[in-house]
Design a protein around this ligand. Structure first.
Ligand SMILES: [Ca+2]
Ligand SMILES: [Ca+2]
Length: 90
């Protein structure tokens, strides 16, 4: 597994072990309940997924870059679901 796969695998483990649905995980990490995950909120998710503090910021940026489909630099539910589906099928 490459580094990216290891990170995605950790995120999948976090979501499947701690939440009964991806909806629940999304709602949990969307701390301000605006329906979108900001970089700050994604960094917290990565912390929970035990991603090293040194790379959390860069990983959050890469995830937003990879899965944000519009111009808002935030991950909404649809984008999150897409990411989760891709991770689960990998
Ligand atoms: Ca939010
Ligand atoms: Ca977006």
């Amino acid at each position: 597994m490459g580094k990216k796969e290891v990170i995605l695998n950790k995120i999948e483990i976090l979501i499947t072990n701690h939440f009964s649905t991806p909806e629940e995980a999304f709602a949990f990490f969307d701390e301000d309940s605006d329906g979108k995950l900001s970089k700050k909120e994604i960094v917290k998710l990565l912390k929970q997924a035990e991603i090293s503090g040194f790379i959390r910021g860069i990983v959050a940026s890469k995830l937003i870059e990879g899965y944000n489909k519009d111009e808002d630099a935030l991950i909404d539910w649809k984008e999150f679901k897409y990411a989760i589906d891709e991770i689960s099928n990998a």
